[in-house]
Ligand binder design. Structure first.
Ligand code: MG
Ligand code: ZN
Length: 220
């Protein structure tokens, strides 16, 4: 067994993932595509954020979506209605996406008209944070009914992202949720994170998210 072979056998899974993620990043950079990894618990509204994003982005921005789910094609069908290219990854029970899955999904897409690739990760506040996909930015979709304690209970996830969309703010009058407790919890683990409160139901606050996105797109 050669030294090289030994090293590759011993290399931890996460290192292998980092290498594939770097390949994905190069592929996106070569194609002039901005990639985003959207994470969040099941039901936080990741797909709803995507739907609201398609409808509000400037018309000349080409968008594609990779949908990660344990099973089903439901989210890919939802986004395809909006006329965007969508590739579905079924993880067959796996609780996060990894770089190899994204690499395979990218081959299903026609990258030439694409400026923005949105990857919706499997609904989960734990391990998706540990697996780089090769995207440029990580975004967390949190939501009011999940509670203001989530930054304290899932610090790894809140630490791993640059922007946190707090969805379902239309429910604030009906749900016990202390905004200061939520934002203080984020500041403790990730003081640089941007927090954008919004509602996919009423549209309130979505413009702030679109501005964040358009600013990043302008730098690609
Ligand atoms: Mg979804
Ligand atoms: Zn997992």
């Amino acid at each position: 067994m050669t030294v090289e072979r030994q090293i590759s056998v011993l290399t931890p899974i996460l290192d292998a993932n980092e290498r594939l993620a770097a390949q994905n990043r190069r592929a996106l950079d070569l194609a002039g595509i901005l990639g985003l990894n959207l994470m969040g618990s099941p039901g936080a509204g990741k797909t709803s954020v995507l739907e609201n994003t398609f409808d509000r982005l400037p018309g000349d921005v080409g968008v594609a979506v990779i949908e990660g789910d344990i099973a089903s094609q439901l989210d890919a069908d939802r986004v395809a209605v909006h006329g965007v290219q969508a590739a579905q990854i079924n993880t067959e029970g796996g609780c996060h996406l990894d770089a190899s899955m994204v690499q395979e999904a990218i081959t299903e897409l026609d990258l030439s008209p694409i400026d923005l690739l949105l990857v919706e990760n499997v609904g989960n506040l734990v391990c998706p944070a540990g697996f780089a996909l090769g995207t440029h930015h990580s975004v967390l979709v949190a939501s009011v009914p999940e509670g203001d304690d989530k930054p304290y209970k899932y610090p790894g996830m809140f630490q791993s992202v640059e922007v946190i969309l707090l969805n379902k703010i239309d429910l604030l009058p009906y749900v016990r949720f202390d905004m200061d407790r939520f934002t203080n919890g984020i500041t403790r683990v990730n003081p640089a994170a941007e927090i954008i409160p919004l509602s996919c139901e009423t549209g309130e606050g979505i413009e702030g998210w679109i501005s964040w996105l358009v600013e990043r797109l302008s730098k690609v």
